[in-house]
Write a protein that binds this ligand. Structure first.
Ligand code: CMX
Length: 445
């Protein structure tokens, strides 16, 4: 087995194992001694409306508070903007640090983030066949189709899968999963940037720069090099990284992972879920919807007229039975702090941008309209309402690509969690389902 995983344990793995063995014992105890404890009852409504609010997963990397937003290992986004290591004091935190925090529940130092930047750079070589597989697809294939296909085709490199076939002890699953996860995170920006360049630029491949951190390297490989863009990418990669365990991309990655599918398959499943319009694809939908709205606004410059036209457009969208993209959330009941983080980034770095002004106007106009419908549980904007306008400002105008960027970031949280799933030896996930007759019987109808 050592030739597959190497017998070298770096300090991150040693810390992980030390913490993991203690927590694994706790999970075992919870199942063995407290398995009968009733946590909460379940309503018909919860089962038939997407299991919202039904606690059914163990996730350690982050927790979503409906009133306060995401907490990564207990820390809010503004808190982490203060505490996580940065390249410059006034800059944005490094995603390497966020990954370290989510994995080890320990605030990293700059040495730790430097270690991860180097480790991911060293692991970033993408097998040639993966590029060939992507190139076999028409250039017009949706970037998310290319991205998920690229991820699946990298599974030929899965160390977990080879070790499992060779008879890996289940207490060691975490170790080979860790190796696959680190390789995958290291390579995702390379694949994503290549897809961007073949789909929208001249198709040339830009090598990663060993002196850049993971997020800045992603921007660099896409062909964007300025300190401001690097800061944007660092923030973008941090705020999209995790949203507790029940969202579609996290849950799909976890679910497929419980079948002991390799991390590449598990993550590809998550990405296929992220590609849906009610989830990560919403960041593209926002931009299509706004571009149509801009056509309606035309050349009007009078703010009052613009606002009236926006309001009419929002009402028309709703009257056509469509949702307002970028607004609403299954858990959140306030403005998404990820929206606010982007708004603050724009205030700090961008003087005047038409699209960003429109997004800010929408923030004033949409919530009262959604509230007035009386059925929308959360009328406030989510992360996707702002991200496209920011990327657009910096010249990344190809909306089709935006969900891929979300996908690169989401790896940090859900793959850190996959390592913990394997550390805890969480079993196959297999809930029961019932027939309509059964539900009618329960309701007495
Ligand atoms: N515009 C119009 N109507 C909306 C709405 C919106 N943005 N958000 C919710 N509603 C409607 C729902 O369609 C539903 O109507 P029906 O009862 O007629 O079917 C009603 O309000 C109740 O829905 P809800 O309980 O408030 O919302 P859900 O938990 O079912 O769904 C979400 C949450 C995000 C799918 C939904 O708000 C939505 O479709 N938003 C727009 C798409 C979007 O921005 N998705 C991105 C989410 C963040 C992410 O994952 O990236």
């Amino acid at each position: 087995m050592d030739e597959l995983i190497g017998n070298h344990m770096d300090y991150i793995k040693k810390k992980l194992l030390e913490k993991g063995e203690k927590e694994r014992a706790v999970v075992k105890r919870l199942i063995g001694e407290f398995g009968e404890v009733v946590v909460e009852s379940v309503n018909i409504d919860q089962i038939l409306t997407g299991m919202k609010g039904m606690t059914s997963l163990l996730t350690v990397t982050s927790k979503l508070d409906p009133e306060n937003g995401i907490r990564y290992r207990g820390h809010s986004i503004p808190d982490l903007q203060q505490k996580l290591p940065k390249i410059t004091p006034e800059g944005e935190p490094l995603p390497e640090g966020l990954f370290y925090l989510m994995l080890l529940d320990e605030m990293p130092t700059r040495e730790d983030t430097d270690y991860l930047s180097r480790d991911w750079y060293n692991r970033s070589h993408v097998p040639y066949h993966v590029i060939k597989v992507i190139e076999a697809m028409p250039i017009t294939s949706k970037p998310m189709t290319q991205f998920s296909t690229g991820i699946i085709s990298m599974a030929t490199d899965s160390i977990f899968q080879k070790a499992h076939r060779a008879g890996l002890n289940k207490n060691d699953y975490w170790n080979t999963t860790y190796e696959d996860v680190m390789n995958l995170i290291a390579r995702l920006p390379v694949i994503a940037a290549y897809i961007y360049r073949r789909s929208f630029k001249d198709g040339s491949f830009i090598e990663p720069d060993r002196d850049l951190d993971w997020a800045a390297n992603f921007a660099h490989m896409m062909g964007y090099d300025s300190e401001e863009i690097y800061q944007l990418f660092r923030m973008y990669m941090c705020i999209h990284a995790d949203h507790e365990g029940g969202n579609v991309s996290a849950h799909a990655t976890h679910l497929v992972g419980t079948a002991l599918s390799n991390p590449y398959y598990s993550y590809a499943a998550g990405m296929l879920g992220l590609a849906g319009p009610l989830h990560g694809y919403a960041n593209q939908e926002v931009m299509y919807w706004i571009s149509e709205m801009l056509k309606v606004i035309g050349n009007d410059i009078d703010e009052k007229v613009i606002r009236e036209k926006i309001e009419a457009y929002v009402r028309k969208t709703i009257s056509e039975g469509k949702v307002i993209p970028g607004y609403g959330h299954a858990v959140l009941r306030v403005t998404d702090p990820r929206f606010t983080a982007q708004q603050l980034f724009a205030e700090k770095n961008i003087k005047d941008d038409h699209l960003i002004n429109i997004v800010n106007m929408l923030y004033e106009i949409v919530p009262p309209i959604l509230k007035s419908l009386g059925k929308v549980k959360n009328p406030w904007p989510n992360v996707d309402a702002f991200s496209g306008a920011l990327l657009h400002h910096y010249g990344i105008t190809e909306y089709f690509f935006y969900t891929v960027m979300f996908g690169v970031s989401r790896a940090l949280g859900v793959l850190a969690q996959l390592i913990w799933d394997r550390m805890y030896n969480l079993p196959l996930e297999r809930p029961s389902s019932e027939t309509l007759e059964w539900f009618k019987g329960k309701a007495g109808i």
